[in-house]
Design a binder for this molecule. Structure first.
Ligand code: MN
Length: 287
């Protein structure tokens, strides 16, 4: 049975948040997993991390973590000082998540977000090489701490390095560690993949988690994503990872700005009711 989760930022205008109240809320809505911001967790006091981990454990809720590394922590930078800074930050993050019992950290763990190929460069291979150097160091720490880094395949307008499942498969096969796997996201796949089902099947055994959202990032069930094709591909790939919905429907704040929501995607949304209805749709159609 595939676990189903949701990303906390569906409810917030800012990335910084107190995650503790989301544990009973998301549990009551019926989810199995809560995804939180790995950067916030990294900067929390150890006692607060223990409280959050304990609350999730008591509720029977799995925690997972997401990050788009800020530019000063770019582990794919050609500037060795920046890259070293990113490696130190990722080490702290891996230790923080390790202290909470381990788990997955997804997102732009391999570079920085948002990012375009830096001016003056025509070829991304040097950045990719730097990223691979960093990832080979990071997975050593991750393997020791029960952490798995999930490289998220992101569309071309947000990142340049890994835009397709094929690029991600090539990357993780070069890393060749159980602590470096793939996350695909239906929103990004809708832009980049000629076949969404084909991308999922190609990611195959490397696919550890799927982010769910309609083409405009509404909650699953309210749009035109090919959910039947996605379900068939997940079954073909014998996918037993988590399905984490990552909807964004509100304009405003840094979250609205960073995900490019400049109008209400849904007017006056009842967020809890939307989450509950979408969960029902996902359990009926994708689990
Ligand atoms: Mn995503």
């Amino acid at each position: 049975m595939r676990k189903v989760g949701i990303y906390y930022a569906f409810w917030t205008h800012e990335w910084e948040a107190d995650f503790l109240p989301f544990v009973p809320k998301v549990k009551e809505l019926g989810f199995d997993q809560l995804e939180v911001n790995a950067g916030t967790v990294t900067d929390m006091k150890p006692a607060d991390r223990a409280t959050l981990a304990g609350a999730a454990r008591d509720a029977g809720l799995r925690l997972s973590y997401g990050i788009g590394l800020p530019a000063q922590y770019d582990v794919s930078s050609l500037d060795e000082a920046v890259r070293a800074n990113g490696l130190r930050y990722m080490r702290r993050m891996i230790d923080a998540v390790g202290d909470m019992g381990g788990g997955t950290i997804c997102g732009t763990v391999h570079s920085t977000w948002p990012a375009t190929l830096p001016p003056g460069h025509e070829d991304k291979s040097r950045f990719r090489d730097q990223s691979l150097r960093s990832m080979r160091e990071m997975v050593k720490a991750a393997e020791d701490r029960g952490v798995v880094l999930l490289v998220e395949v992101i569309n071309r307008f947000e990142q340049f390095m890994i835009n397709t499942a094929a690029e991600a498969v090539a990357y993780v096969e070069e890393v060749a560690s159980p602590a470096c796997k793939i996350l695909l996201d239906t929103f990004h796949m809708n832009i980049e993949e000629p076949s969404i089902g084909g991308a999922i099947r190609h990611a195959g055994k490397h696919l550890r988690q799927l982010h769910l959202g309609e083409t405009d990032r509404k909650p699953p069930g309210l749009g035109r994503q090919p959910w039947k094709e996605i379900k068939t591909a997940l079954d073909d790939a014998a996918f037993d990872g988590s399905l984490v919905m990552e909807p964004f429907v509100m304009a405003g704040g840094q979250v609205g700005r960073d995900v490019g929501v400049w109008r209400p995607i849904i007017e006056n949304p009842d967020l809890d009711a939307l989450a509950r209805a979408s969960l029902k749709f996902v359990r009926a159609n994708l689990v």
